[in-house]
Design a binder for this molecule. Structure first.
Ligand SMILES: Nc1ncnc2c1ncn2[C@@H]1O[C@H](COP(=O)(O)OP(=O)(O)O)[C@@H](O)[C@H]1O
Ligand SMILES: [Mg+2]
Length: 290
């Protein structure tokens, strides 16, 4: 797949311009949700990126952009504690990143690839719920409470209608929604989505963006705000929802407000091809290679 931004002739997606988007709020505390200091990361002997120093505030919706192989998925794996930095500090919610952090929801790039095809969508979502680690599963009130949470996550992602079908019986777009439901069932405060729009047609891309926007801003029972990081090789469809971006430029990650990232010079340098930023008469913003 090409690393370039939208090809010439791409239709802009609707919605408000990024500058008109929601402003991140600090929530109960204004401490950053994600904080990197002088981070360097290797995969095997290969230095993926270095000098990573940035903070992401609670409530942000941040795109992670850069060419193929620049280390976008690697950033998510660091936050999940699945990879250790070779230097520097990676903190999530003010603590060193660690595996099994239930405050994080994650939808991997290959989504349901590791799941058995015969599993029912509802059961896949239940795997994301806290109860499944208890040997025989929860009983009584706990079981009912878990079933309610699974139903809520299925409804939130418009997946209720096919919840009882097996994975082998639903479409690619429906799988995506079920994976998102699984990531949401524990009501994570930090949501990490790796290429959620890949391989979706334009209509399903648009529906997924609307879903991400709803999920990113949904009210939470604990009064906190959700913070969302979205890895994407094409920034265009997500421009209406992003408040900021981490861009991987020349082997170093940088974080900036989205208004500063949607810049012809920066994006052309980033993707290694000439990129134009276009504003439509309706005020929509999009980028295209020229
Ligand atoms: N499991 C792995 N072992 C060794 N190298 C890897 C592994 N996964 C990814 N890499 C390498 O790390 C770099 C960054 O990969 P990745 O974070 O997946 O990039 P992106 O998500 O931006 O496409 C690439 O050069 C890739 O080849
Ligand atoms: Mg990737």
């Amino acid at each position: 797949m090409s690393a370039a931004p939208a090809p010439e002739g791409t239709t802009p997606t609707g919605g408000p311009t990024p500058t008109g988007g929601p402003t991140p709020t600090g929530g109960p505390s204004s401490d950053p949700v994600v904080s990197l200091r002088d981070v360097e990361v290797h995969r095997g002997d290969h230095l993926v990126w270095s000098r990573g120093s940035f903070d992401i505030a609670a409530g942000s919706v941040v795109g992670v952009i850069g060419p193929n192989g620049s280390g976008k998925s690697t950033l998510l794996r660091l936050l999940l504690g699945l990879l250790e930095p070779s230097a520097g500090r990676v903190e999530v919610f003010g603590e060193p990143a660690r595996r099994g952090n239930r405050r994080i929801g994650y939808v991997p790039q290959d989504d349901t690839a590791a799941q058995p095809e015969s599993i029912r969508c509802r059961d896949l979502v239940a795997l994301g719920a806290g109860g499944h680690r208890v040997g025989l599963g929860p009983f009584g009130a706990a079981r009912r409470e878990m079933a309610e949470r699974v139903d809520a996550a299925l409804a939130e992602t418009a997946s209720s209608a096919f919840a009882d079908r097996r994975l082998s019986e639903v479409s690619g777009g429906q799988r995506r929604r079920v994976s998102l439901a699984q990531a949401l069932v524990d009501d994570p405060e930090l949501l990490l989505l790796d290429e959620p729009l890949a391989n979706l047609d334009l209509r399903h891309q648009r529906e997924t963006v609307e879903l991400i926007e709803r999920v990113a801003h949904r009210p939470r029972a604990d009064g906190r705000v959700t913070t969302t990081l979205i890895v994407t090789h094409d920034i265009n469809p997500l421009l209406p929802v992003l408040t900021g971006a981490v861009y991987l430029l020349d082997g170093h990650p940088h974080h900036a407000d989205i208004g500063d990232v949607v810049d012809e010079h920066l994006l052309s340098h980033l993707y290694g091809t000439s990129v134009a930023v276009v504003r439509t008469p309706q005020g929509d913003l999009f980028t295209r290679s020229v």
